[in-house]
Design a protein around this ligand. Structure first.
Ligand code: NAG
Ligand code: NAG
Ligand code: NAG
Ligand code: NAG
Ligand code: ZN
Length: 515
Protein backbone atom coordinates (compact mmCIF):
# COMPACT_ATOMS: atom_id res chain seq x y z
CA UNK A 1 0.00 0.00 0.00
CA UNK A 2 1.48 3.38 -0.80
CA UNK A 3 1.53 6.05 1.83
CA UNK A 4 -0.67 8.24 -0.42
CA UNK A 5 -3.39 5.62 -0.40
CA UNK A 6 -3.20 5.05 3.33
CA UNK A 7 -3.30 8.75 3.94
CA UNK A 8 -6.32 9.22 1.76
CA UNK A 9 -8.20 6.28 3.25
CA UNK A 10 -7.56 7.67 6.68
CA UNK A 11 -9.09 10.93 5.54
CA UNK A 12 -12.20 9.27 4.15
CA UNK A 13 -12.77 6.81 6.94
CA UNK A 14 -11.79 8.76 10.03
CA UNK A 15 -12.33 12.42 9.24
CA UNK A 16 -15.76 13.52 10.48
CA UNK A 17 -16.84 15.21 7.22
CA UNK A 18 -16.54 12.42 4.62
CA UNK A 19 -17.52 9.80 7.18
CA UNK A 20 -20.76 11.53 7.90
CA UNK A 21 -21.33 11.82 4.16
CA UNK A 22 -20.77 8.11 3.64
CA UNK A 23 -23.11 7.20 6.42
CA UNK A 24 -25.85 9.57 5.34
CA UNK A 25 -28.52 8.77 2.80
CA UNK A 26 -27.53 11.79 0.79
CA UNK A 27 -26.67 10.35 -2.61
CA UNK A 28 -25.31 13.61 -3.93
CA UNK A 29 -22.85 13.79 -1.05
CA UNK A 30 -21.86 10.19 -1.65
CA UNK A 31 -21.27 10.82 -5.34
CA UNK A 32 -19.01 13.74 -4.45
CA UNK A 33 -16.95 11.55 -2.13
CA UNK A 34 -16.82 8.87 -4.77
CA UNK A 35 -15.62 11.32 -7.41
CA UNK A 36 -12.98 12.67 -5.03
CA UNK A 37 -11.78 9.15 -4.33
CA UNK A 38 -11.46 8.30 -8.03
CA UNK A 39 -9.70 11.59 -8.72
CA UNK A 40 -7.23 10.95 -5.94
CA UNK A 41 -6.62 7.40 -7.18
CA UNK A 42 -6.11 8.65 -10.72
CA UNK A 43 -3.62 11.26 -9.50
CA UNK A 44 -1.35 8.48 -8.20
CA UNK A 45 -0.64 7.35 -11.75
CA UNK A 46 1.66 10.26 -12.51
CA UNK A 47 2.38 10.99 -8.88
CA UNK A 48 1.06 14.55 -9.11
CA UNK A 49 -2.35 14.55 -10.70
CA UNK A 50 -1.04 17.00 -13.29
CA UNK A 51 -3.91 18.81 -15.00
CA UNK A 52 -4.56 18.04 -18.66
CA UNK A 53 -4.26 20.84 -21.18
CA UNK A 54 -7.39 21.71 -23.19
CA UNK A 55 -6.08 19.70 -26.15
CA UNK A 56 -5.36 16.73 -23.93
CA UNK A 57 -8.78 16.97 -22.33
CA UNK A 58 -10.40 16.84 -25.77
CA UNK A 59 -8.28 13.83 -26.69
CA UNK A 60 -9.13 12.21 -23.38
CA UNK A 61 -12.82 12.60 -24.06
CA UNK A 62 -12.42 10.96 -27.46
CA UNK A 63 -10.22 8.17 -26.05
CA UNK A 64 -12.65 7.36 -23.25
CA UNK A 65 -15.70 7.24 -25.49
CA UNK A 66 -13.87 5.27 -28.21
CA UNK A 67 -12.79 2.56 -25.79
CA UNK A 68 -16.22 2.48 -24.09
CA UNK A 69 -17.93 2.18 -27.47
CA UNK A 70 -15.69 -0.74 -28.38
CA UNK A 71 -16.42 -2.46 -25.10
CA UNK A 72 -20.18 -1.93 -25.45
CA UNK A 73 -20.01 -3.32 -28.97
CA UNK A 74 -18.27 -6.49 -27.83
CA UNK A 75 -20.78 -6.91 -25.04
CA UNK A 76 -23.77 -6.30 -27.29
CA UNK A 77 -22.60 -8.88 -29.80
CA UNK A 78 -21.96 -11.27 -26.91
CA UNK A 79 -18.34 -11.30 -28.03
CA UNK A 80 -16.99 -11.07 -24.52
CA UNK A 81 -15.11 -14.31 -25.03
CA UNK A 82 -13.55 -12.84 -28.15
CA UNK A 83 -12.73 -9.45 -26.70
CA UNK A 84 -9.50 -8.56 -28.50
CA UNK A 85 -7.26 -8.03 -25.43
CA UNK A 86 -8.36 -11.39 -24.06
CA UNK A 87 -7.62 -13.21 -27.32
CA UNK A 88 -4.26 -14.62 -28.44
CA UNK A 89 -2.49 -11.76 -30.20
CA UNK A 90 -1.69 -13.51 -33.52
CA UNK A 91 -5.45 -14.10 -33.95
CA UNK A 92 -6.43 -10.47 -33.58
CA UNK A 93 -3.50 -8.50 -34.95
CA UNK A 94 -5.30 -7.55 -38.18
CA UNK A 95 -8.46 -6.56 -36.28
CA UNK A 96 -6.44 -4.28 -33.99
CA UNK A 97 -4.73 -2.65 -36.97
CA UNK A 98 -8.12 -1.93 -38.48
CA UNK A 99 -9.24 0.30 -35.61
CA UNK A 100 -9.03 4.09 -35.59
CA UNK A 101 -7.49 3.87 -32.14
CA UNK A 102 -4.53 1.90 -33.54
CA UNK A 103 -3.95 4.47 -36.27
CA UNK A 104 -4.05 7.28 -33.74
CA UNK A 105 -1.74 5.48 -31.29
CA UNK A 106 0.80 4.93 -34.05
CA UNK A 107 1.11 8.69 -34.37
CA UNK A 108 1.13 9.41 -30.66
CA UNK A 109 4.71 10.16 -29.47
CA UNK A 110 5.31 7.13 -27.27
CA UNK A 111 8.80 8.00 -26.08
CA UNK A 112 11.11 4.99 -25.87
CA UNK A 113 11.11 1.21 -26.13
CA UNK A 114 13.37 0.05 -23.30
CA UNK A 115 13.01 -3.71 -23.70
CA UNK A 116 13.87 -5.10 -27.13
CA UNK A 117 16.03 -7.98 -28.32
CA UNK A 118 18.05 -6.96 -31.30
CA UNK A 119 17.42 -10.09 -33.40
CA UNK A 120 13.62 -10.10 -33.00
CA UNK A 121 12.60 -6.47 -32.84
CA UNK A 122 11.55 -6.16 -36.47
CA UNK A 123 9.52 -8.33 -38.83
CA UNK A 124 11.00 -11.71 -39.75
CA UNK A 125 9.71 -11.04 -43.27
CA UNK A 126 12.85 -8.90 -43.64
CA UNK A 127 14.93 -12.04 -43.09
CA UNK A 128 13.10 -14.02 -45.79
CA UNK A 129 12.60 -11.11 -48.23
CA UNK A 130 15.89 -9.21 -48.02
CA UNK A 131 18.13 -11.50 -46.00
CA UNK A 132 17.97 -14.59 -48.21
CA UNK A 133 19.15 -12.45 -51.14
CA UNK A 134 22.41 -11.52 -49.42
CA UNK A 135 25.45 -13.19 -51.04
CA UNK A 136 26.58 -16.22 -49.06
CA UNK A 137 23.23 -16.96 -47.38
CA UNK A 138 22.69 -20.67 -46.67
CA UNK A 139 19.81 -22.50 -45.01
CA UNK A 140 19.81 -25.86 -43.25
CA UNK A 141 17.24 -27.71 -45.35
CA UNK A 142 18.18 -31.39 -45.64
CA UNK A 143 15.81 -34.12 -46.84
CA UNK A 144 16.03 -35.96 -43.58
CA UNK A 145 17.10 -34.70 -40.17
CA UNK A 146 18.49 -36.47 -37.14
CA UNK A 147 18.39 -35.65 -33.44
CA UNK A 148 21.79 -33.89 -33.30
CA UNK A 149 20.97 -31.56 -36.19
CA UNK A 150 20.27 -27.86 -35.74
CA UNK A 151 16.58 -26.97 -36.14
CA UNK A 152 15.29 -27.11 -39.72
CA UNK A 153 15.62 -23.67 -41.30
CA UNK A 154 18.78 -22.60 -39.45
CA UNK A 155 20.59 -19.86 -41.35
CA UNK A 156 24.32 -19.38 -41.96
CA UNK A 157 26.67 -17.38 -44.17
CA UNK A 158 29.57 -18.93 -46.07
CA UNK A 159 32.08 -17.55 -48.53
CA UNK A 160 32.81 -19.35 -51.80
CA UNK A 161 35.87 -21.23 -50.58
CA UNK A 162 34.67 -22.16 -47.11
CA UNK A 163 33.62 -25.72 -46.33
CA UNK A 164 29.85 -25.90 -45.75
CA UNK A 165 28.27 -28.00 -43.03
CA UNK A 166 26.15 -30.94 -44.23
CA UNK A 167 22.53 -30.12 -45.04
CA UNK A 168 23.12 -26.40 -45.73
CA UNK A 169 22.06 -25.17 -49.19
CA UNK A 170 22.36 -21.75 -50.84
CA UNK A 171 19.14 -19.82 -50.15
CA UNK A 172 18.93 -18.81 -53.82
CA UNK A 173 18.97 -22.46 -54.89
CA UNK A 174 16.22 -23.36 -52.41
CA UNK A 175 14.02 -20.51 -53.70
CA UNK A 176 14.65 -21.55 -57.30
CA UNK A 177 13.56 -25.11 -56.56
CA UNK A 178 10.50 -24.09 -54.55
CA UNK A 179 8.97 -20.64 -54.84
CA UNK A 180 7.15 -21.20 -51.53
CA UNK A 181 10.42 -21.74 -49.70
CA UNK A 182 10.53 -18.21 -48.16
CA UNK A 183 6.99 -18.67 -46.80
CA UNK A 184 7.90 -22.07 -45.36
CA UNK A 185 10.94 -20.58 -43.68
CA UNK A 186 8.95 -17.60 -42.38
CA UNK A 187 6.55 -20.02 -40.71
CA UNK A 188 9.51 -21.51 -38.80
CA UNK A 189 10.66 -18.07 -37.66
CA UNK A 190 7.35 -16.80 -36.26
CA UNK A 191 4.54 -17.56 -33.82
CA UNK A 192 1.03 -18.20 -35.17
CA UNK A 193 -2.60 -18.55 -34.22
CA UNK A 194 -2.29 -22.28 -33.73
CA UNK A 195 0.49 -21.84 -31.17
CA UNK A 196 -2.19 -20.74 -28.74
CA UNK A 197 -2.62 -24.41 -27.85
CA UNK A 198 1.00 -24.72 -26.67
CA UNK A 199 1.96 -24.55 -23.01
CA UNK A 200 4.37 -21.88 -21.82
CA UNK A 201 7.25 -24.40 -21.76
CA UNK A 202 6.42 -25.54 -25.30
CA UNK A 203 6.26 -22.05 -26.69
CA UNK A 204 9.61 -21.27 -25.01
CA UNK A 205 11.07 -24.28 -26.83
CA UNK A 206 9.73 -22.86 -30.06
CA UNK A 207 11.27 -19.50 -29.17
CA UNK A 208 14.63 -21.06 -28.39
CA UNK A 209 14.56 -22.82 -31.79
CA UNK A 210 13.81 -19.53 -33.55
CA UNK A 211 16.79 -17.87 -31.87
CA UNK A 212 19.01 -20.82 -32.84
CA UNK A 213 17.75 -20.57 -36.45
CA UNK A 214 18.62 -16.88 -36.76
CA UNK A 215 21.85 -16.97 -34.71
CA UNK A 216 23.99 -17.66 -37.80
CA UNK A 217 22.14 -14.90 -39.64
CA UNK A 218 22.62 -12.08 -37.15
CA UNK A 219 26.27 -12.86 -36.51
CA UNK A 220 26.93 -11.89 -40.14
CA UNK A 221 27.70 -8.18 -40.03
CA UNK A 222 25.95 -7.19 -43.22
CA UNK A 223 22.74 -9.03 -42.35
CA UNK A 224 22.70 -7.50 -38.90
CA UNK A 225 23.29 -4.00 -40.28
CA UNK A 226 20.43 -4.27 -42.77
CA UNK A 227 17.98 -5.60 -40.23
CA UNK A 228 19.05 -3.12 -37.54
CA UNK A 229 18.63 -0.23 -39.96
CA UNK A 230 15.12 -1.41 -40.87
CA UNK A 231 14.31 -1.82 -37.17
CA UNK A 232 15.23 1.78 -36.35
CA UNK A 233 13.11 3.05 -39.25
CA UNK A 234 10.19 0.90 -38.13
CA UNK A 235 10.19 2.38 -34.62
CA UNK A 236 10.58 5.94 -35.89
CA UNK A 237 7.57 5.45 -38.17
CA UNK A 238 5.71 4.11 -35.16
CA UNK A 239 6.26 7.27 -33.10
CA UNK A 240 9.11 5.93 -30.94
CA UNK A 241 12.29 8.00 -30.71
CA UNK A 242 14.41 6.24 -28.09
CA UNK A 243 15.47 2.59 -28.33
CA UNK A 244 17.37 0.26 -26.03
CA UNK A 245 18.42 -3.10 -27.38
CA UNK A 246 19.60 -6.16 -25.51
CA UNK A 247 22.63 -7.45 -27.44
CA UNK A 248 24.67 -10.62 -26.85
CA UNK A 249 27.86 -9.87 -24.97
CA UNK A 250 29.38 -13.27 -24.27
CA UNK A 251 33.09 -13.44 -23.52
CA UNK A 252 33.54 -16.51 -25.72
CA UNK A 253 31.02 -16.44 -28.61
CA UNK A 254 28.32 -14.60 -30.54
CA UNK A 255 30.61 -12.10 -32.22
CA UNK A 256 30.02 -10.55 -35.62
CA UNK A 257 31.75 -11.81 -38.76
CA UNK A 258 32.46 -10.78 -42.32
CA UNK A 259 32.51 -13.30 -45.17
CA UNK A 260 36.30 -13.05 -45.34
CA UNK A 261 36.49 -14.24 -41.74
CA UNK A 262 37.09 -10.88 -40.10
CA UNK A 263 35.76 -10.92 -36.53
CA UNK A 264 34.22 -8.14 -34.42
CA UNK A 265 34.03 -8.77 -30.70
CA UNK A 266 33.18 -6.66 -27.67
CA UNK A 267 33.70 -2.95 -28.33
CA UNK A 268 34.33 -3.62 -32.04
CA UNK A 269 30.91 -5.31 -32.33
CA UNK A 270 29.23 -2.39 -30.55
CA UNK A 271 30.93 -0.06 -33.04
CA UNK A 272 29.10 -1.84 -35.85
CA UNK A 273 25.80 -0.81 -34.22
CA UNK A 274 27.11 2.66 -33.45
CA UNK A 275 27.93 3.29 -37.10
CA UNK A 276 24.37 2.48 -38.15
CA UNK A 277 22.96 4.58 -35.32
CA UNK A 278 25.05 7.61 -36.28
CA UNK A 279 24.09 7.22 -39.94
CA UNK A 280 20.42 7.13 -38.95
CA UNK A 281 20.83 10.17 -36.67
CA UNK A 282 21.93 12.22 -39.65
CA UNK A 283 18.47 11.66 -41.13
CA UNK A 284 16.63 11.56 -37.80
CA UNK A 285 18.43 13.72 -35.23
CA UNK A 286 15.58 13.04 -32.79
CA UNK A 287 16.60 9.36 -32.48
CA UNK A 288 18.63 8.09 -29.52
CA UNK A 289 19.78 4.48 -29.10
CA UNK A 290 21.53 2.61 -26.28
CA UNK A 291 22.62 -1.00 -25.86
CA UNK A 292 22.33 -3.39 -22.93
CA UNK A 293 24.85 -6.24 -22.87
CA UNK A 294 23.50 -9.71 -22.14
CA UNK A 295 24.66 -13.10 -21.03
CA UNK A 296 21.97 -15.78 -20.58
CA UNK A 297 20.72 -17.41 -17.39
CA UNK A 298 21.19 -20.92 -18.81
CA UNK A 299 24.97 -20.47 -18.45
CA UNK A 300 26.67 -21.58 -15.25
CA UNK A 301 27.35 -18.90 -12.63
CA UNK A 302 31.10 -19.30 -13.33
CA UNK A 303 30.61 -18.57 -17.02
CA UNK A 304 28.21 -15.73 -16.24
CA UNK A 305 30.96 -14.26 -14.05
CA UNK A 306 33.30 -14.28 -17.06
CA UNK A 307 30.60 -12.67 -19.22
CA UNK A 308 30.11 -9.99 -16.58
CA UNK A 309 33.81 -9.26 -16.42
CA UNK A 310 33.88 -9.02 -20.21
CA UNK A 311 30.87 -6.67 -20.21
CA UNK A 312 32.65 -4.44 -17.70
CA UNK A 313 35.70 -4.25 -19.97
CA UNK A 314 33.47 -3.22 -22.85
CA UNK A 315 31.69 -0.70 -20.62
CA UNK A 316 35.03 0.94 -19.87
CA UNK A 317 35.70 1.17 -23.62
CA UNK A 318 32.24 2.34 -24.75
CA UNK A 319 30.73 4.00 -21.66
CA UNK A 320 28.19 6.12 -23.58
CA UNK A 321 26.73 3.31 -25.66
CA UNK A 322 26.58 0.38 -23.24
CA UNK A 323 24.18 1.36 -20.47
CA UNK A 324 23.26 -1.86 -18.70
CA UNK A 325 23.64 -5.58 -18.19
CA UNK A 326 21.17 -8.46 -18.15
CA UNK A 327 20.92 -12.26 -18.15
CA UNK A 328 17.67 -13.08 -19.97
CA UNK A 329 16.19 -16.52 -20.68
CA UNK A 330 13.25 -18.56 -19.44
CA UNK A 331 13.27 -18.06 -15.66
CA UNK A 332 11.64 -21.36 -14.78
CA UNK A 333 14.28 -23.28 -16.77
CA UNK A 334 17.47 -21.28 -16.17
CA UNK A 335 19.53 -20.48 -13.10
CA UNK A 336 17.72 -18.49 -10.41
CA UNK A 337 19.17 -15.01 -9.95
CA UNK A 338 20.40 -16.01 -6.49
CA UNK A 339 22.85 -18.45 -8.14
CA UNK A 340 24.91 -15.51 -9.39
CA UNK A 341 24.18 -13.07 -6.58
CA UNK A 342 27.85 -13.18 -5.56
CA UNK A 343 28.86 -12.00 -9.02
CA UNK A 344 26.27 -9.23 -8.97
CA UNK A 345 27.41 -8.06 -5.53
CA UNK A 346 30.95 -7.96 -6.88
CA UNK A 347 29.68 -5.73 -9.67
CA UNK A 348 28.17 -3.37 -7.11
CA UNK A 349 31.57 -3.08 -5.42
CA UNK A 350 33.14 -2.14 -8.74
CA UNK A 351 30.42 0.47 -9.19
CA UNK A 352 31.56 2.08 -5.95
CA UNK A 353 35.05 2.18 -7.44
CA UNK A 354 33.67 4.19 -10.36
CA UNK A 355 32.87 1.67 -13.09
CA UNK A 356 29.12 1.30 -13.14
CA UNK A 357 27.13 -1.11 -15.28
CA UNK A 358 23.51 -0.84 -14.12
CA UNK A 359 21.55 -4.08 -13.81
CA UNK A 360 18.48 -4.23 -16.02
CA UNK A 361 17.42 -7.75 -15.21
CA UNK A 362 14.87 -10.00 -16.89
CA UNK A 363 13.18 -11.01 -13.65
CA UNK A 364 9.59 -11.46 -12.59
CA UNK A 365 8.58 -13.29 -15.78
CA UNK A 366 7.29 -16.41 -14.10
CA UNK A 367 3.99 -17.74 -12.81
CA UNK A 368 5.83 -20.10 -10.44
CA UNK A 369 8.49 -18.39 -8.36
CA UNK A 370 8.79 -14.72 -7.49
CA UNK A 371 12.17 -15.05 -5.79
CA UNK A 372 14.08 -13.73 -8.80
CA UNK A 373 12.07 -10.53 -8.55
CA UNK A 374 12.91 -10.21 -4.86
CA UNK A 375 16.61 -10.82 -5.55
CA UNK A 376 16.78 -8.48 -8.53
CA UNK A 377 15.37 -5.58 -6.51
CA UNK A 378 17.37 -6.28 -3.35
CA UNK A 379 20.54 -6.64 -5.42
CA UNK A 380 19.96 -3.12 -6.70
CA UNK A 381 18.62 -3.58 -10.25
CA UNK A 382 17.89 -0.25 -11.94
CA UNK A 383 15.16 -1.80 -14.06
CA UNK A 384 13.16 -5.01 -14.15
CA UNK A 385 12.46 -6.77 -17.46
CA UNK A 386 8.82 -7.95 -17.28
CA UNK A 387 8.59 -7.94 -13.48
CA UNK A 388 4.91 -8.85 -13.64
CA UNK A 389 4.88 -11.09 -10.59
CA UNK A 390 6.05 -8.25 -8.30
CA UNK A 391 2.41 -7.62 -7.36
CA UNK A 392 2.68 -10.63 -5.05
CA UNK A 393 5.13 -8.58 -2.92
CA UNK A 394 3.52 -5.32 -1.76
CA UNK A 395 6.62 -4.29 0.22
CA UNK A 396 8.80 -4.83 -2.82
CA UNK A 397 6.41 -2.68 -4.85
CA UNK A 398 6.80 0.06 -2.27
CA UNK A 399 10.60 -0.20 -2.52
CA UNK A 400 10.52 -0.13 -6.31
CA UNK A 401 8.37 3.00 -6.25
CA UNK A 402 10.64 4.75 -3.76
CA UNK A 403 13.89 3.72 -5.44
CA UNK A 404 12.60 4.50 -8.92
CA UNK A 405 13.18 1.02 -10.35
CA UNK A 406 11.37 1.04 -13.68
CA UNK A 407 9.38 -1.98 -14.80
CA UNK A 408 9.58 -2.90 -18.47
CA UNK A 409 6.10 -4.33 -18.98
CA UNK A 410 5.73 -6.32 -22.22
CA UNK A 411 2.02 -7.19 -22.38
CA UNK A 412 1.78 -9.02 -25.71
CA UNK A 413 4.97 -10.96 -25.02
CA UNK A 414 3.50 -12.22 -21.74
CA UNK A 415 0.35 -13.33 -23.52
CA UNK A 416 2.15 -14.95 -26.47
CA UNK A 417 4.43 -16.85 -24.08
CA UNK A 418 1.30 -17.98 -22.24
CA UNK A 419 1.88 -16.46 -18.80
CA UNK A 420 -1.68 -15.16 -18.97
CA UNK A 421 -4.42 -15.10 -21.61
CA UNK A 422 -6.53 -12.13 -20.72
CA UNK A 423 -4.65 -8.82 -20.72
CA UNK A 424 -7.43 -7.25 -18.65
CA UNK A 425 -5.94 -8.97 -15.62
CA UNK A 426 -2.30 -8.20 -16.46
CA UNK A 427 -0.63 -6.95 -13.22
CA UNK A 428 0.85 -3.96 -15.05
CA UNK A 429 -2.32 -2.00 -14.41
CA UNK A 430 -2.03 -2.44 -10.68
CA UNK A 431 1.61 -1.29 -10.77
CA UNK A 432 0.69 1.75 -12.83
CA UNK A 433 -2.18 2.68 -10.52
CA UNK A 434 0.06 2.44 -7.50
CA UNK A 435 2.45 4.92 -9.06
CA UNK A 436 5.28 2.49 -9.90
CA UNK A 437 7.47 3.63 -12.81
CA UNK A 438 5.89 1.41 -15.46
CA UNK A 439 6.98 1.48 -19.10
CA UNK A 440 5.57 -0.45 -22.06
CA UNK A 441 7.81 -2.46 -24.40
CA UNK A 442 7.37 -5.02 -27.13
CA UNK A 443 10.24 -7.46 -26.38
CA UNK A 444 10.34 -9.56 -29.61
CA UNK A 445 7.61 -8.02 -31.79
CA UNK A 446 9.12 -9.46 -34.99
CA UNK A 447 8.33 -12.99 -33.87
CA UNK A 448 4.59 -12.40 -33.45
CA UNK A 449 4.10 -9.79 -36.15
CA UNK A 450 3.69 -6.70 -33.98
CA UNK A 451 5.20 -3.41 -35.14
CA UNK A 452 7.03 -0.95 -32.93
CA UNK A 453 5.11 -0.21 -29.73
CA UNK A 454 1.63 0.58 -31.02
CA UNK A 455 0.14 -2.90 -30.72
CA UNK A 456 1.22 -3.11 -27.09
CA UNK A 457 -0.08 0.40 -26.38
CA UNK A 458 -3.38 -0.50 -28.05
CA UNK A 459 -3.74 -3.64 -25.94
CA UNK A 460 -3.22 -1.85 -22.64
CA UNK A 461 -5.24 1.22 -23.64
CA UNK A 462 -8.25 -1.02 -24.27
CA UNK A 463 -7.66 -3.82 -21.75
CA UNK A 464 -6.92 -1.42 -18.87
CA UNK A 465 -9.24 1.36 -20.12
CA UNK A 466 -6.41 3.85 -19.76
CA UNK A 467 -6.95 7.58 -19.85
CA UNK A 468 -4.68 10.20 -21.38
CA UNK A 469 -2.84 10.81 -18.11
CA UNK A 470 -1.86 7.14 -17.98
CA UNK A 471 -0.71 7.02 -21.61
CA UNK A 472 1.30 10.17 -21.08
CA UNK A 473 2.88 8.75 -17.93
CA UNK A 474 3.87 5.54 -19.74
CA UNK A 475 5.50 7.53 -22.52
CA UNK A 476 7.28 9.95 -20.18
CA UNK A 477 8.52 7.12 -17.94
CA UNK A 478 10.13 5.45 -20.94
CA UNK A 479 12.49 8.40 -21.29
CA UNK A 480 12.79 9.35 -17.63
CA UNK A 481 13.92 5.79 -16.73
CA UNK A 482 16.00 5.21 -19.85
CA UNK A 483 19.74 4.65 -19.93
CA UNK A 484 20.30 8.09 -21.44
CA UNK A 485 22.94 10.27 -19.78
CA UNK A 486 21.49 13.16 -17.72
CA UNK A 487 21.97 15.83 -20.39
CA UNK A 488 20.67 13.59 -23.18
CA UNK A 489 17.70 12.69 -21.01
CA UNK A 490 16.76 16.31 -20.34
CA UNK A 491 16.91 17.05 -24.06
CA UNK A 492 14.96 13.92 -24.97
CA UNK A 493 12.27 14.75 -22.41
CA UNK A 494 11.92 18.28 -23.76
CA UNK A 495 11.76 16.99 -27.33
CA UNK A 496 9.15 14.41 -26.42
CA UNK A 497 7.10 17.00 -24.50
CA UNK A 498 7.07 19.28 -27.56
CA UNK A 499 6.10 16.40 -29.87
CA UNK A 500 3.38 15.35 -27.46
CA UNK A 501 1.90 18.84 -27.34
CA UNK A 502 2.05 19.20 -31.08
CA UNK A 503 0.41 15.78 -31.54
CA UNK A 504 -2.42 16.82 -29.22
CA UNK A 505 -2.86 20.14 -31.05
CA UNK A 506 -2.91 18.42 -34.46
CA UNK A 507 -5.30 15.81 -33.19
CA UNK A 508 -7.70 18.44 -31.94
CA UNK A 509 -7.52 20.39 -35.18
CA UNK A 510 -8.41 17.43 -37.34
CA UNK A 511 -10.34 15.67 -34.62
CA UNK A 512 -9.15 12.14 -35.19
CA UNK A 513 -6.15 12.61 -37.44
CA UNK A 514 -6.13 9.41 -39.38
CA UNK A 515 -3.61 9.46 -42.15
C1 NAG B 1 -5.29 21.60 -11.40
O1 NAG B 1 -6.24 22.62 -11.56
C2 NAG B 1 -6.97 22.93 -10.39
C3 NAG B 1 -8.02 24.00 -10.70
O2 NAG B 1 -8.40 24.02 -12.00
C4 NAG B 1 -6.04 23.42 -9.31
O3 NAG B 1 -6.75 23.65 -8.12
C5 NAG B 1 -4.98 22.36 -9.05
O4 NAG B 1 -4.03 22.84 -8.13
C6 NAG B 1 -4.27 21.96 -10.33
N1 NAG B 1 -3.39 20.84 -10.07
C7 NAG B 1 -2.10 20.82 -10.38
C8 NAG B 1 -1.32 19.63 -9.99
O5 NAG B 1 -1.57 21.73 -10.98
C1 NAG C 1 -11.82 -3.15 -41.39
O1 NAG C 1 -12.74 -2.13 -41.20
C2 NAG C 1 -13.58 -1.89 -42.30
C3 NAG C 1 -14.44 -0.66 -42.02
O2 NAG C 1 -14.93 -0.67 -40.73
C4 NAG C 1 -14.42 -3.14 -42.58
O3 NAG C 1 -15.24 -2.95 -43.69
C5 NAG C 1 -13.47 -4.32 -42.83
O4 NAG C 1 -14.19 -5.52 -42.98
C6 NAG C 1 -12.50 -4.48 -41.67
N1 NAG C 1 -11.50 -5.50 -41.94
C7 NAG C 1 -11.16 -6.41 -41.05
C8 NAG C 1 -10.07 -7.36 -41.44
O5 NAG C 1 -11.69 -6.49 -39.99
C1 NAG D 1 16.92 -34.19 -51.56
O1 NAG D 1 15.92 -34.61 -52.47
C2 NAG D 1 15.97 -33.98 -53.74
C3 NAG D 1 14.80 -34.41 -54.58
O2 NAG D 1 14.10 -35.47 -54.00
C4 NAG D 1 17.29 -34.25 -54.41
O3 NAG D 1 17.36 -33.58 -55.64
C5 NAG D 1 18.40 -33.79 -53.51
O4 NAG D 1 19.65 -34.12 -54.08
C6 NAG D 1 18.30 -34.42 -52.14
N1 NAG D 1 19.30 -33.83 -51.28
C7 NAG D 1 20.03 -34.55 -50.44
C8 NAG D 1 21.00 -33.77 -49.61
O5 NAG D 1 19.93 -35.73 -50.33
C1 NAG E 1 36.47 -17.62 -46.35
O1 NAG E 1 36.33 -17.81 -44.95
C2 NAG E 1 37.42 -18.44 -44.33
C3 NAG E 1 37.04 -18.73 -42.89
O2 NAG E 1 36.45 -17.63 -42.28
C4 NAG E 1 38.64 -17.58 -44.48
O3 NAG E 1 39.76 -18.22 -43.87
C5 NAG E 1 38.94 -17.35 -45.95
O4 NAG E 1 40.01 -16.47 -46.11
C6 NAG E 1 37.70 -16.77 -46.63
N1 NAG E 1 37.91 -16.70 -48.05
C7 NAG E 1 37.70 -15.58 -48.75
C8 NAG E 1 37.90 -15.68 -50.24
O5 NAG E 1 37.36 -14.53 -48.25
ZN1 ZN F 1 12.94 -9.91 -23.16
Amino acid sequence: MTSHVLCFLALVVFAPGPRAALASEDLAEYLKTRAAFLKHEDALVDGAGTNLTEDEAAFDHWLGSTVQEMIQQYKKQRLVDRFLPSTYFPRVRALIENTTLYKVLRQMPKGGALHLHVSASFSMTWVVNQGLDLPGCYVFWPNTTSADDPPLGSLAFYNATQEKKAGYFPAKELIQKDKDFPQKLLKLLTVHEEDESLTSAEIWKKFADIFIRVAGFFTYREALEGYFWATMLEFLEDGVTHLEFRVDLFHDQGFLFDLDGREYRGAAALDVYQKQIQKMQVRHPELTVKLIGTSIRMRSPQVIAEDLAFALEVKAQRPDLLVGWDAPGEEDAGHPTLDYARQLLELKKQAKAGLELPLMLHDGESDWSTMNTVDAVLLGAKRLGHGFNIVRHPLLMEKVREDGVAIEVCPISNQVLRYLSDLRIHPGLQMLKMGLPVTISSDDPGIWGARGLSHDFWEVAVAWQLNTRALKTLARNSIAYSGLAPKEKTEALQRWQRNWQSFMARWRESNTLVI
